[in-house]
Design a protein around this ligand. Structure first.
Ligand SMILES: Nc1ncnc2c1ncn2[C@@H]1O[C@H](COP(=O)(O)OP(=O)(O)O)[C@@H](O)[C@H]1O
Ligand SMILES: [Mg+2]
Length: 391
């Protein structure tokens, strides 16, 4: 499964939702400022309406007074001049016209005010809805974003585990092939020689019994040699010494054999007081050291190898330094070479790491670091991992 594609889809979906949220936000912003504007206008209209209503009231009373005056003037004709009557009449008419204008204005203002109030209610509802929508989208975004990240994380982890398991299986297969080859080339071949040799003895028994002793001697040497070979294979399969003599002892013994077999000077230093670790850890460190040394034998053409193991409170470090031909670390760990990869994986399973420094012609240093602190007597964890790491 390609996580990049999944990740892209998720990112695009989240991006689109984020954009939608921004748009809603800007709509809400617009509505809010429109709201403020309408409120201001409404206030103005209200003030104006109030003012006009006051004026209308005033003109009503003025109109009433004018009418009274007009009645008075028209009744007491003998007391008022024609001019007085005309004036009163004109005044009453003027007031009536003004009042009509004012009433019309009041009506307009009221209508406008009602419109604005409706508009304001509508805008306020819109702002509220947009805010609700935004907070809901925020929730959804967080939910989806968080959850999907977690899911892809989990899937990736599962895939990584699967890959590690596959590589471990491949390495296991490779090791079985190696052991089969070793038995085939060594003990199996020697045993067929033993069969031939015994047949020879059988025949010699009749024709030259004096030579049988000689041949038997040779046969015995063959069997002895073979026994050593078989023991070595068994030892390589499982460093039994580990349980009896501990990690330092087992490494020391391995180094002695190594120096003799490959004709290299091996210097070793064990720092810190050795403490016994669970088999899982001891086997893992032993195997990694073994792999690093077998690389020295196979590839380095070194004169000297220095091995240093240190047990500290928090971690144990193993250094394997050779003075051989060195190599290009970047390009070495590829395809069919599982040695270094296997080391890294073993270390990773125990929460540790492997660092390799090498330059052409300048030797190689392998540094294995395994943390000890929290795992020291963590029996359950050890049991869980033991299938992978204690092979
Ligand atoms: N100590 C070393 N000195 C020189 N070259 C090395 C050393 N260790 C590893 N290499 C190089 O790194 C490569 C990868 O090593 P490894 O993964 O153990 O695979 P393999 O040993 O099966 O070839 C080797 O093929 C070799 O070229
Ligand atoms: Mg190797």
């Amino acid at each position: 499964m390609d996580f990049n594609i999944l990740d892209k889809i998720v990112q695009e979906t989240l991006g689109a939702m984020e954009k939608a949220k921004e748009q809603i936000f800007s709509i809400a912003e617009d509505a809010r400022s429109e709201c403020a504007r309408v409120k201001e206008e409404l206030q103005e209209i209200r003030d104006k309406t109030y003012h006009v209503i006051e004026m209308v009231d005033e003109f009503y009373s003025r109109e009433r007074k004018a009418r009274v005056r007009l009645m008075e003037v028209s009744r007491g004709l003998e007391r008022y001049t024609e001019d007085d009557i005309r004036k009163a009449y004109e005044e009453a008419q003027e007031i009536q016209v003004k009042l009509a204008v004012l009433k019309e204005r009041e009506q307009q203002l009221r209508t406008k005010r009602d419109d604005l109030e409706r508009r304001l209610r509508h805008l306020q509802a819109m702002v509220e809805r947009a805010e609700q929508l935004m907070s809901q989208m925020g929730l959804i975004l967080n939910f989806i974003g968080g959850n999907l990240k977690e899911i892809t994380g989990k899937l990736e982890e599962a895939q990584l585990r699967q890959e590690i398991a596959l590589r471990v299986i491949m390495a296991q297969e490779e090791e079985r092939r190696r052991v089969a080859r070793e038995i085939h080339d060594g003990p199996a071949q020697v045993m067929s020689s033993i069969v031939l040799q015994s047949e020879l003895c059988e025949r010699l028994m009749d024709i030259a019994p004096e030579r049988v002793r000689e041949e038997l001697q040779e046969l015995k040497n063959l069997v002895k040699g073979n026994l050593i070979e078989v023991r070595k294979i068994i030892y390589d399969l499982r460093p039994m010494a580990l349980e009896e003599v501990g990690l330092y002892g087992a490494i020391e013994k391995y180094l002695d054999d190594f120096a003799e077999k490959h004709n290299v000077i091996v210097e070793h230093r064990f720092l810190g007081k050795e403490k016994r670790l669970s088999t899982l850890y001891e086997v893992a460190v032993f195997r990694m050291t073994q792999e690093a040394l077998s690389n020295v034998a196979k590839h380095a053409r070194a004169k000297t190898v220095k091995v240093q193991v240190e047990m500290a409170e928090a971690a144990m470090t193993t250094l394997i330094r050779d003075d051989g031909v060195g190599f290009d670390v970047q390009n070495a760990e590829q395809d069919e070479h599982f040695g270094l990869l296997g080391m890294r994986e073993r270390a990773a399973l125990l929460g540790g790491s492997v660092e390799i420094r090498s330059n052409l012609g300048q030797g190689t240093t392998v540094m294995i670091r395994i943390p000890l602190k929290e795992r020291k007597d963590d029996g359950e964890q050890n049991g869980k991992d033991s299938n992978l790491a204690s092979r």
